[in-house]
Design a protein around this ligand. Structure first.
Ligand code: AMP
Length: 113
């Protein structure tokens, strides 16, 4: 989608601190980090949120999870990390392109805000 900021990052039309890319998945550092490590892991395909992912998207959802686990290892998050998907207004989703927040490098509290 031409007016989607994350599509533009994936297409390298907008600069970002990319840490990983393959034919299906792109990962980059969040511009407003909430932890020492805060990565956003997205599908290249424009999927607006987890609720709009269909059967055909199951492979890329699995790929996202595998990339998250790999990036967590590469970022040295052996002590743990948190994976967050904000889906919809109640969760505070600001960018309507599915993204996993990978947060780590500090102790997390529970419940989240
Ligand atoms: P969410 O509230 O789950 O939709 O999260 C959107 C996230 O995208 C926020 O944490 C923002 O800081 C982040 N973000 C927005 N624009 C950019 C950008 N151009 N580069 C990196 N991160 C961004």
């Amino acid at each position: 989608m031409s007016d989607c900021i994350f599509c533009q990052i994936a297409a390298k039309e907008v600069p970002a601190d990319l840490v990983y890319e393959d034919d299906q998945v792109v990962a980059f550092r969040d511009i407003n980090p909430q932890a020492p490590v805060h990565l956003l892991v997205i599908p290249r395909k424009h999927i607006s949120g987890l609720d709009t992912a269909g059967e055909a998207d199951l492979p890329v959802l699995g790929r996202l999870a595998a990339v998250v686990a790999d990036l967590a290892r590469k970022e040295g998050l052996e002590a743990g990390y948190r994976l967050v998907v904000n889906n919809g207004p109640d969760a505070g989703q600001a960018v309507e392109h599915l993204h996993y927040h990978l947060l780590g490098g500090r102790k997390m509290s529970w419940p989240p805000g």
